[in-house]
Design a protein around this ligand. Structure first.
Ligand SMILES: NC(=O)C1=CN([C@@H]2O[C@H](COP(=O)(O)OP(=O)(O)OC[C@H]3O[C@@H](n4cnc5c(N)ncnc54)[C@H](O)[C@@H]3O)[C@@H](O)[C@H]2O)C=CC1
Ligand SMILES: O=C(O)C(=O)COP(=O)(O)O
Length: 630
């Protein structure tokens, strides 16, 4: 068997790459992190620590301390590793509130480099673990490629993530987080400001007066009260706009294919179809995200269905409107006025017909730009990014499943077990190749709906894929990577009545079908390579191989031997290992029928050399054996 890369077991979604050069923060933040997770642990620390490593330690220490009689002390090797890891570096590429910068600075090295060109960003990005942007930075596939695996998290200091190539981020295993709540009110207020300013020609009248004119009859406006406003996208901003518009005496309807009717009803708003909304509204306010579905959804065809003289406000994204079509609709009078905060291209070209149009009021993407919102967004994104760099799954992750911290902590030892089972299973496949179908069976005393297996599945995927490819797998890209490699992972949950619901998982079984095994005994009766493991006292154990029951802790490396069940076998193999200075950590023998065949599972601290392995193979009663790296 080719040698396998052995990584420190971790469920950190961000920091699992060997190329990571995360650093640490202070000892105090390390300890406070442990405190917040209430892990019973005794640590002797002498240096600053990496959050990357912190997370691994959390996993290790959850394992080591589930038995409350044990305490864990870092070894000198741990300390050496810790001290060699450098501080996380964070690039802030657009103006961010000071309070957020302070949060970031307390954790890592922060560089604020505003107005970078795409080439400059690409040339610098490989020095950073995290990137924080607003709407002005395009985080393209080239950025992820240029990052060379270093970039672990992109933080969008705001809501819209249409400027981040999410598919590329996912493929590169880079977590994307946003700050979805702190600018909601600011955007809604700006929408209302534009609505009122547009209806009363505030901007145009202001410009006219500043040009020395006094044109009272030219700028007669329209009233809002009693008019119908269609809110397109009844999410956070849309519903706040609706609430405020109702306060202005408007009749508000909304269109949102995904919004629950009761949420709309609570605000006194009727949810209607797209066509109904645009054809009955006097005013239309846009609040949907820019996606392939919403791109240019306001176009010649949809403008033609609108009431003549409709007025449109857009504080969502420029791209939801076909801007050339809007100019035509303005010129023809279908659209009487528009008030726009956002544009397809930002800033728009200086000669943009839309910006220059006399019936259009414009602002340079100011929706989120209040002092309050910017402070809030900065703190929200800084905390999300720091959390992600620490290995916590963010509540605002955009391209990864969100797992509550308490669930993650509970699953921690099973996460280690899952990765090790994946890693073992793939090493049992002849040549480690041709794996197409993997089945994972979780048995648990809990209701199947009560078990979130995404983390476990991701780690099994990691365990299977990483040893046989150059791919780096984490929670962000596990499903994508499996799909890309043609690996189908199916899951089954079995409820076992005789286990305690106190523990989330009783056992995990990994089966690989339609492959040859290099260790025939690992093939169970259904023809699949099959191994099963459990967590005992917080430590992952291998509990069955093929049809044989074993019980060996999954630490260090493993030798599996199948032999004729006869006296003296343990001694013979143990002697060979001892003579070659290989320390045995655990040993377990499983058999199906007495004095026929047995499997010996031997945990070893060191990797036996080829001569030692050959000697084991020469023991006459041994029919087959395999050395597996964990
Ligand atoms: N101008 C600015 O500075 C700001 C702009 N925004 C933009 O406003 C938009 C909304 O933000 P939030 O309300 O916070 O997001 P949100 O996610 O809370 O709401 C978006 C709503 O749009 C709905 N939606 C999705 N597809 C739709 C479709 N085809 N038709 C109608 N509705 C659809 C969703 O179901 C959701 O309810 C985003 O595009 C965001 O980028 C947000 C803040 C500031
Ligand atoms: O949050 C959003 O979606 C916004 O559009 C705000 O963008 P900004 O952060 O002001 O560039």
């Amino acid at each position: 068997m080719a040698s396998f890369a052995c990584t420190n077991p971790t469920f950190n979604p961000a920091f699992t790459s060997s190329s990571s050069s995360s650093k640490p923060s202070s000892k105090s933040s390390f300890l406070s992190f442990l405190n917040t997770t209430s892990i019973p642990i005794s640590l002797k620390l002498s240096k600053s620590y990496s959050h990357n490593f912190q997370r691994s330690l959390v996993v290790d220490n959850v394992l080591k301390t589930t038995d409350s009689s044990q305490t864990s002390v870092l070894t000198s090797k741990d300390l050496e590793t810790l001290s060699s890891i450098s501080t996380p570096t964070i690039l802030v590429s657009e103006k961010l509130g000071e309070a957020g910068l302070e949060v970031l600075r307390s954790f890592g090295n922060v560089e604020c480099l505003y107005d970078l060109s795409p080439d400059e960003l690409n040339s610098k990005i490989s020095s950073f673990d995290a990137l924080i942007v607003r709407s002005g930075t395009k985080v393209t596939r080239q950025v992820f490629e240029a990052a060379k695996g270093r970039l672990k998290v992109v933080g969008r200091a705001g809501v819209g993530i249409d400027n981040v190539d999410l598919q590329a981020a996912t493929e590169f295993g880079c977590l994307v987080v946003n700050a979805p709540t702190a600018n909601t009110v600011a955007a809604a207020e700006h929408g209302i400001a534009l609505l009122a300013a547009m209806a009363r020609n505030v901007a145009q009248a202001d410009a006219s007066m500043k040009a020395g004119k006094w044109q009272r009859s030219k700028y007669v406006g329209v009233s809002l009260v009693g008019k119908t406003l269609a809110v397109m996208g009844f999410g956070k901003v849309g519903s706040e706009v609706a609430r405020r518009a109702k306060g202005l005496g408007m009749n508000v309807i909304a269109h949102d294919p995904y919004a629950p009717a009761d949420r709309a009803r609570a605000v006194g708003v009727d949810l209607v179809s797209f066509d109904q909304a645009i054809s009955t509204a006097d005013f239309i306010s846009l609040h949907m995200p820019l996606t392939p579905t919403t791109s240019k959804v306001f176009n010649d065809e949809t403008f033609s269905k609108m009431k003549k003289g409709v007025r449109i406000v857009n504080v969502a994204r420029g791209g939801v409107i076909d801007e050339d079509a809007l100019v035509r609709a303005l010129d023809s009078g279908i659209v009487a006025q528009a008030a726009l905060d956002v544009f397809t291209e930002e800033p728009p070209p200086k000669d943009s017909k839309l910006v220059q149009h006399e019936n259009v009021t414009v602002t340079p993407h100011l929706g989120a730009s209040t002092k309050e919102a910017q402070e809030g967004v900065a703190i929200e994104i800084a905390e999300a990014v720091v959390g992600a760099l620490k290995g916590e799954l963010s509540a605002t992750a955009v391209n990864a499943p969100m797992v509550a911290p308490e669930v993650m902590l509970e699953l921690a030892p099973y996460v280690v077990l899952a990765e090790k089972l994946g890693r073992l299973a793939v090493q049992l496949v002849a040549g480690g190749k041709g794996i197409k179908s993997v089945k994972v069976v979780y048995s648990s005393a809990r209701d199947p709906d009560d078990l979130d297996t995404r983390l476990l599945r991701a780690m099994i995927t990691k365990g299977i894929i990483e040893p046989i490819s150059a791919s780096f797998v984490n929670l962000v890209n596990a499903d994508f990577t499996a799909k890309q490699k043609g690996l189908r992972i199916t899951e089954e949950r079995i409820v076992v009545a005789d286990s305690s619901p106190e523990f989330p998982v009783h056992s995990i079984q990994v089966q690989i079908s339609n492959v040859d095994s290099k260790f025939a005994s690992a093939v169970s009766e259904n023809g699949n390579i099959s191994i099963e493991g459990k967590v005992k006292y917080g430590i992952p154990h291998l509990t069955s191989v093929g049809s044989f029951g074993v019980d060996v802790s999954l630490e260090g490396n493993l030798i599996l031997c199948r032999q004729v069940d006869q006296p003296g076998m343990i001694g013979r193999v143990g002697k060979i290992l001892g003579e070659n200075n290989v320390n045995v950590s655990f040993m377990s023998v499983g058999r199906t029928v007495r004095r026929t065949r047995a499997i010996m599972a031997i945990g070893v601290d060191e990797e036996p050399n080829s001569v030692t392995l050959r000697k084991i193979g020469e023991v006459s009663a041994i029919e087959e054996f395999v050395f597996l790296k964990l």
